[in-house]
Design a protein around this ligand. Sequence first.
Ligand SMILES: [Zn+2]
Length: 337
Amino acid sequence: MGISFNTEFEPRYGQRVDISPLIRRVVANNPNPFTFTGTGVYLIGRGSVAVVDPGPSLDDHLDAVEAALEPGERIGRILVTHTHTDHTAGVDKLQARTGAPTYGFGPHGPVPDAHPLDELSFDEHFSAEEAEEFRIAWENTPDELKREGPDHDFVPDKVVTDGELIGDTDGRWQVEVVHTPGHTSNHVCFSLVDDGNGDRVLFTGDHVMGWATSVISPPDGDLLDYMNSLSKLLGCDAVRYWPTHGPAIENPKDYVRSFIEHRRSREKQIVAALVEGPTSIKHLVPTMYADVDKRLWRAAANSVYAHLLALERQHRVIRHDDGDSSATGGTWLLTGV
Ligand SMILES: [Zn+2]
């Protein structure tokens, strides 16, 4: 079963789009390889409105978010799905404008100074021209396009917990917090009990998106948590998902099942390779991703690493440090459990 991605999306930057009687959206003009067409900011409710993820700290964008309000309305809460800067960089400015308190699971988890796979290279698989072309392209790529930037400054005014209900004072809307670690350890989705049309819908942040799979970047990103958080959504009865980036997801449970299946098939490939004997990420990637653009192999290595750490947490593999692990991604072997 493949994943049915949907990349049909017209962002209409800076314009308010009315999605349902209780949901409005404004998309920020910050497209890049992680944000797709930009950060979609949702406004929930009427009167005292909750903003889900303010997005980047672009003044024009924050003006547009405020302009999405009707006369007499105000932003009463800022809900945060997780601490990546394309979601939270605008928090301080929006809070200064509105005085609204922030709600989130907690600060970003620790991130090491050096990424464990920084020394990993696949140059021997490239021609000299390819290697030079890829090296220059990588060096010229801005940092924010190399990886999603963690926001280490965000601390929620109100710490939310799994299952907690948040709503406006006269009860016109209510969301339930669903803790979904994986993409980041502090990721939450917000389940709107009624979107004004009688439908329960889920704001999924970056946990489940229509246009692409989520990046799982260890150590704060955790694939085993992510898989458990996907399964958790199968127990939630939302009829539609509204991710931060890209279009809505209809038939969400089938879609989530296809994500689970996709990752399981990758895991099976890794385990099958390890059955042949201990091997390293450096050797796994060119075989597993032979039919994929070689420029994506660095990202693929990160995904394989996330899988191996998940298998390690389940005691299914162990890591054999060969003294050269940053260049090879470590050598891994099956435990036989
Ligand atoms: Zn993110």
